[in-house]
Design a protein around this ligand. Structure first.
Ligand SMILES: *Cc1c(COP(=O)(O)O)cnc(C)c1O
Length: 241
């Protein structure tokens, strides 16, 4: 890492302040919705942010980071070797990227088809523990969106649970944006019900990855165990890469 510049210091202060506020929001929501304190893990979504921003959050105690774009993530990871960071891949998955993802991430939240799961399973290096995986569900059945349909979910879970180098941890969703709290909740509720249904079929799931900067309270109300937060921590992202 290059030495910190005055700009980085300003950025670091802002990130630390945002992180403190986020932790307040999370614990307030845990309390309000009768969730066990500390039962919601914050994944800091650092896509499009520089390594210095990751480091600022790290120094304020953050350890889990989420990335969506493989090359950008690999560059950042190379600059941050030696730090105790758990990397989560949350972006769209293409077959030609699975080898690097299987090697450089501890979690993948966006698995939505068998072929990709099989590749990750085959390509997970033997010296690493099994790759933690969430199945992404297309909860609003949006045409343009990734994710397995609810009707196909149990088949995919069944297939995935047989792959020894993957550990099926739970479900992830990115519901249609809504400003209405009850509507946000109703999407998250659908994911929770699907999750509970799989659990009742003896899958040992422990992860509901749902909730972002603008809907984390609704997600926590419906049982989120991991929330993925970008802009509320690092500020608004540049519009489009
Ligand atoms: C970008 C992104 C997030 C974070 O979104 P914010 O609104 O910035 O909190 C969460 N999950 C996924 C899958 C993303 O791509």
């Amino acid at each position: 890492m290059s030495p910190l510049t005055p700009n980085d210091n300003i950025e670091a202060e802002a990130v630390a302040k945002n992180l403190a506020e986020l932790r307040e929001r999370i614990s307030a929501a845990e309390q309000r919705y009768a969730r066990r304190p500390g039962s919601v893990t914050l994944v800091a979504v650092s896509k499009t942010q520089p390594a210095s921003a990751v480091l600022a959050a790290y120094h304020a105690g953050q350890r889990d980071f989420g990335e969506s774009y493989l090359q950008e993530a690999l560059d950042k990871q190379a600059r941050l070797t030696g730090y105790d960071i758990t990397w989560h891949f949350i972006g769209s998955l293409q077959a030609n990227k699975t080898r690097q993802i299987a090697r450089h991430f501890a979690w993948v939240h966006s698995v939505d088809r068998l072929k990709i799961a099989q590749r990750l399973n085959e390509q997970r290096p033997p010296e690493l523990p099994p790759l933690n995986v969430c199945l992404q569900v297309n909860i609003g059945s949006e045409q343009q969106k990734a994710g397995v349909e609810l009707t196909q979910l149990s088949i995919l879970a069944e297939q995935l649970s047989k792959l020894p180098r993957l550990r099926l941890r739970g479900l992830m969703a990115l519901p249609p944006p809504s400003a209405d709290f009850e509507e946000q909740r109703s999407f998250f509720r659908q994911l929770r019900l699907a999750y509970e249904q799989l659990q009742s079929r003896t899958y040992p799931l422990d992860t509901l990855s749902m909730g972002m900067s603008t809907d984390l309270e609704a997600a926590i109300a419906e049982g989120a165990t991991m929330i993925r937060i970008g802009s509320a921590l690092f500020g608004e992202r540049p519009r489009k890469r």
